[in-house]
Design a protein around this ligand. Structure first.
Ligand SMILES: C[S@@+](CC[C@H](N)C(=O)[O-])C[C@H]1O[C@@H](n2cnc3c(N)ncnc32)[C@H](O)[C@@H]1O
Length: 287
């Protein structure tokens, strides 16, 4: 698949999910509660992959944060989300679109066609994080990656193809780039949230809406039976963050993740987890 077709698909998925707003209610409450619990200082928040903004309760967020920066590749989705807000909330919204938060869309087809060297791949995370950071008015008091990284990995998988020899290296490269971006955008002593879907009702039997679920047990069961999205299990993310010199110099993730179910319509559900990244005092903080 081409990158262009992938972006088109992301945009039509955003359009198609608009009518399912009420299904997002519990997911939205969990995500908003978590953001507010870990960011009592307010200030400026940046939400990456904000799309239709059905993941976050922006009126509640606006009670605490003075500026809300929304970033997505889909301009129409962000503009629609802003239009649906009361004027008092909309005044605090700043849109950054179209921004490719992976930094890879312009290069994925080169990766597929082997027009990439090992050196270029190794340098990618630093370059991509710098490029995207330069397009946003950071650093922020809070950064949220809002069910975005799974889409970034999916785009790479679809463009390269499941059997491509560079796929594994490409996915890890994109994960490191996204971790570096989160670290680079977050002010010292503030928090970022890595929130992602990690399994879906298409690959695992997930409980229906309204069920009481122990997300941690579900996560463990699905991990044991290999039904989590490739490279998105939380322990891999925390390990990558701790092994990467840039990310580990900026802060660390707290374990364990919070988990919950996201029903994004009548037919599909996802298991979601959130990891909290606490930025230290600065790049060389060892505390
Ligand atoms: C699964 S949706 C997340 C739901 C969204 N937060 C909401 O509340 O509607 C993923 C979002 O990531 C965006 N996205 C996918 N790839 C992207 C990229 N490379 N850069 C920026 N945004 C991207 C999509 O346009 C979509 O809005």
């Amino acid at each position: 698949m081409s990158v262009r077709a992938e972006i088109k698909q992301q945009k039509s998925a955003n359009k198609a999910s608009l009518k399912y707003d009420q299904y997002f209610a519990e997911h939205r409450r969990r995500q908003t509660d978590l953001i507010l619990a870990h960011n009592p200082h307010g200030g400026r928040i940046c939400i990456l992959g904000a799309g239709n903004c059905m993941d976050v309760d922006l009126p509640r967020i606006s009670e605490v944060f003075a500026e809300i920066h929304l970033v997505d590749i889909d301009r129409e989705a962000l503009e629609g989300a802003k239009r649906r807000l009361p004027a008092t909330v909309a005044r605090k919204i700043h849109l950054h679109t179209p921004v490719d938060v992976s930094g890879a869309n312009k290069t994925l087809e080169d990766w597929r066609n082997f027009k990439v060297t090992e050196e270029v791949l190794l340098e990618f995370p630093a370059r991509a994080a710098d490029e995207i950071k330069a397009r946003l008015p950071g650093p922020f008091d809070c950064v949220v990656s809002s069910c975005l990284i799974s889409q970034i990995l999916l785009t790479c998988t679809r463009v390269l193809g499941e059997e491509h020899p560079l796929l594994q290296a490409g996915l890890i490269t994109l994960l490191v780039a996204h971790l570096r971006l989160l670290a680079a955008l977050t002010k010292p002593q503030r928090n970022a949230l890595w929130i992602t879907d990690v399994s879906s009702s298409e690959i695992a039997p997930l409980p229906p809406p309204g069920s009481q679920v122990d997300g941690a047990v579900l996560l463990q069961t699905l991990a044991a039976t290999n039904r989590l999205f490739t490279y998105l299990q939380p322990n891999l993310i925390t390990d990558l963050a701790r092994q990467d010199p840039q990310v580990s110099a900026s802060g660390d993730f707290a374990d364990p993740p919070e988990t919950w179910l996201w029903h994004n319509g009548p037919h599909r559900s996802f298991l979601v987890y959130a990891l909290i990244f606490s930025a230290g005092n600065g790049p060389n903080d060892s505390a």
